[in-house]
Design a binder for this molecule. Structure first.
Ligand code: PLP
Length: 388
């Protein structure tokens, strides 16, 4: 293999040598809970699948390579991975979090972790001074998601890393929306990268999973211990499906991006659409930052419909190729209504302060033909017009 293989090559080869026992070219699904030991205290590298499993190891090696870290940890879901990061904290610790984040993370922080005495301050992390002001003597962690969900704002990862470094904080980036193909937060100074692999990495909406990637040996040691102690691992079959998805991440992301651009431009021309949030537009407030810290603008487009709630709901219910559903990042296009779906856990005033309204609709643009997707959106806009 070349000394420094490209992303596409690493996605297909890292951690995926031919199976030593059989020569199987593709990593086998080691669907076993336990491993027979040669003698008491002598095993062949594995003893019990919560602690370690060869299929999961292959996935973790591949994901670590794609994110540019030395250590990968796969979890049973994105939320299990995020909970894994929370286990680095103790009672009394304080975390500064960007306020425009996935509703499930918000729910975990405010309803579960708060019960263990961990405190959270939610700030507009696009304004770096707000982060600085929220840091106190108990602050141990800075947590961001960028691009943000669902408004696709950009947060400056390198600047946040600098704040974290100066204040001795563990800096975590949920990189689900960008995927490792478009953005590598560890290279910009993050300590931990979190993923819902359910989304772009898995890519086919057929498996729930999560992952963390770190380069710091001490953090890796703690994550390895807490994950084994608390048990949030994926099964071998799910790890295998995720690994299979990851092989085509680069190809898929390129097509998601091409399609999202065409869809965003199409929607911008339509009088029924009040605003299109898409970082690929030069007048998007985060466009220049996106160009600096990402290698593309991704496959997500969020819009505000001019006709308000009734039209937005009718629109979301009228598409044919865009399936109305939770999630994002699959090959098939999805449409979501953040007000009650992904962001249902937030209070109405919290949603409004982030710019999410009853007229907001989020599109995860898939890899179908972009002309068909635009035609679908056009007919849905026409159907929705009668809901005014
Ligand atoms: C940005 C982000 N992080 C984390 C999660 C949680 O992942 P999972 O649903 O795999 O638990 C999601 C799910 O939508 C997400 O969008």
């Amino acid at each position: 293999m070349a000394d420094d293989p490209h992303f596409e090559t690493r996605a297909i080869h890292v951690g995926q040598d031919a199976d030593e026992a059989t020569g199987a070219t593709i990593v086998p699904i080691y669907q076993t809970a336990t491993f027979t030991q040669d003698a008491i205290g002598t095993n062949r590298g594995y003893e019990y699948s919560r602690s370690g499993n060869p299929t999961r190891d292959a996935l973790e090696a591949a994901l670590a390579s794609l994110e540019g870290g030395r250590f990968g940890f796969a979890y049973g879901s994105g939320m299990a991975a995020i909970h894994g990061v929370m286990q680095l904290l103790s009672t009394g610790d304080h975390v500064v979090v960007c306020d425009d984040l996935y509703g499930g993370s918000y729910r975990l922080f405010t309803t579960v972790m708060s019960g263990f005495g961990v405190r959270f301050s939610f700030v507009d992390a696009t304004a770096l001074d707000q982060i600085e002001r929220a840091i106190g003597s108990a602050t141990k962690m800075l947590w961001i998601e960028t691009p943000t969900n669902p408004m696709l704002r950009m947060i400056d990862i390198a600047a946040c890393a600098d704040i974290a470094r100066r204040n001795g904080l563990t800096f975590v980036v949920d990189n689900t929306f960008a995927s490792p193909y478009l953005q590598n937060p560890l290279e910009l100074g993050a300590h931990v990268v979190a993923h819902s692999t359910t989304k772009y990495i898995g890519g086919h909406s057929d498996v729930i999973g999560g992952a963390l990637v770190v380069d710091d040996e001490e953090i890796a040691k703690r994550l390895r211990f807490t994950r084994n102690a608390s048990g949030g691992v994926p099964g071998p079959w799910d790890a295998w499906l995720t690994l299979r998805g990851a092989k085509t991440l680069a190809l898929r992301m390129r097509q998601h991006e091409t399609n999202a651009k065409q869809v965003a431009e199409f929607l911008r021309q339509r009088p029924e659409v009040q605003h299109v949030h898409y970082p690929g537009f030069p007048d998007h407030p985060g466009h220049e930052l996106a160009k600096r810290q990402m290698r593309g603008f991704g496959g997500m487009v969020t819009i505000d419909l001019a006709g308000g709630e009734a039209v937005a709901k009718a629109f979301a219910e009228s598409t044919r190729y865009f399936s109305l559903g939770e999630s994002l990042g699959g090959v098939e296009s999805l449409i979501g209504y953040p007000w009650t779906m992904s962001h249902g856990a937030f209070a109405p005033e919290a949603k409004r302060s982030k710019g999410i309204t009853e007229a907001t609709v989020r599109l995860s643009v898939g890899i179908e033909h972009a002309d068909d997707l635009c035609a679908d959106l056009a007919q849905a806009l026409e159907c929705a017009a009668s809901a005014r």
